[in-house]
Design a protein around this ligand. Structure first.
Ligand code: FES
Length: 242
C-alpha cells in the first residue's frame, strides 16, 4: 500500500523547505539537505547538543526545544543553538565548602534571580529549574542537586534568563558538592576497590580472558544476578540473544 507523505513548510535559518510532517526537526533538517556535524549528538534527548529556538505562525512566543525531540510544525521558523555560552565558576573541589557562600563567590548572579520562571518554561527536560536555583539561594544543596539531576546542559534556560544565570553550571556545582561532601561514603564500594587492588579477582579475570564464546555464554547464564522485576509483557520472548 502506498504511504502518502504530507509535506509542510518550515524555515531553517530563514530559508524555507518542504518536509514531511512526521519528522523531528533534526530529521527534517537532514531531509532538507543539512549535514549535522554540530548541534547533533545522541539523537535521543540526552546529550543536550541540539537546542533550537523557534516561532510558530500567529504566535508572539519564542519557543525552545531539542531538535531531536521537537516535531516539525507547519510554518515553524527556527534557528539552531548548538552551543550557548555559559559562565563557569572555576574552583578546586577540595577547597570549596558545601555551603551557600561557595555559590555567592562563584556564581553571585544567582542571587539576582527575579523568580520569573522563564528558565523552567524553557527547559526541554521539564526540570523545575527556578526551584533548584531558589534551593541554592536557600543553601539547600541537596534539593538543588536532586532537582537538577536530569539536566542535559543544552543552555536554553540561560538563553532566556533576565538575570543571566548559567543554570547548568550552577547545578553541576551543587551535584559535585553533594556527591563529594554530603552523600555518605559507600563503605561496601571502598571495600570492593581494596579487594580489586589487592588482586582478589585477577585469577577469575584471566580465566574470562582465555574463555571462548561458548564458555562465556555459559558463565553469563549461570551468573549471580539481581532478581528480574520486568513485567511479563515486556520480557524478551526468548534468550536467543545470548
Ligand atoms: S542530539 Fe542529543 S539531545 Fe538531541
Amino acid at each position: 500500500m502506498e504511504t502518502k507523505v504530507n509535506l509542510i513548510p518550515i524555515h531553517v535559518m530563514g530559508k524555507q523547505y518542504m518536509v514531511p510532517d512526521t519528522l523531528t526537526v533534526m530529521k527534517a533538517m537532514e531531509y532538507a539537505g543539512y549535514q549535522l556535524t554540530r548541534g547533533c549528538g545522541c539523537r535521543g534527548g540526552i546529550c543536550g547538543a541540539c537546542g533550537i529556538a523557534f516561532r510558530l505562525p500567529d504566535s508572539y512566543k519564542i519557543e525552545v526545544g531539542l531538535a531531536c525531540q521537537a516535531m516539525a510544525q507547519p510554518g515553524m521558523y527556527l534557528a539552531v543553538l548548538p552551543f550557548f555560552p555559559n559562565k563557569r565558576g572555576i574552583h578546586d573541589l577540595n577547597k570549596v565548602k558545601a555551603a551557600v557562600d561557595t555559590f555567592k563567590a562563584l556564581y553571585p548572579e544567582v542571587f539576582k534571580c527575579v523568580s520569573c520562571n522563564t528558565c523552567t518554561k524553557s527547559c526541554p527536560m521539564s526540570i523545575e529549574v527556578m526551584d533548584y536555583i531558589n534551593a541554592v539561594i536557600r543553601g539547600d544543596i541537596v534539593q538543588a542537586a536532586e532537582l537538577s539531576f536530569d539536566c542535559v546542559m543544552c543552555g536554553l534556560c540561560t538563553s532566556r534568563c533576565p538575570a543571566e544565570i548559567s543554570h547548568a553550571n550552577v547545578a553541576i556545582l551543587a551535584r559535585r558538592l553533594y556527591g563529594s561532601q554530603i552523600t555518605p561514603r559507600a563503605e561496601h564500594l571502598a571495600k570492593q576497590v581494596e579487594q580489586v587492588k589487592a588482586g582478589k579477582f585477577n585469577e577469575g579475570l584471566d580465566q574470562l580472558k582465555k574463555a571462548d564464546v561458548n564458555k562465556l555464554k555459559e558463565l553469563y547464564k549461570a551468573r549471580e544476578a539481581e532478581p528480574d522485576n520486568t513485567p511479563d509483557e515486556w520480557a524478551p520472548k526468548s534468550n536467543d540473544y545470548l
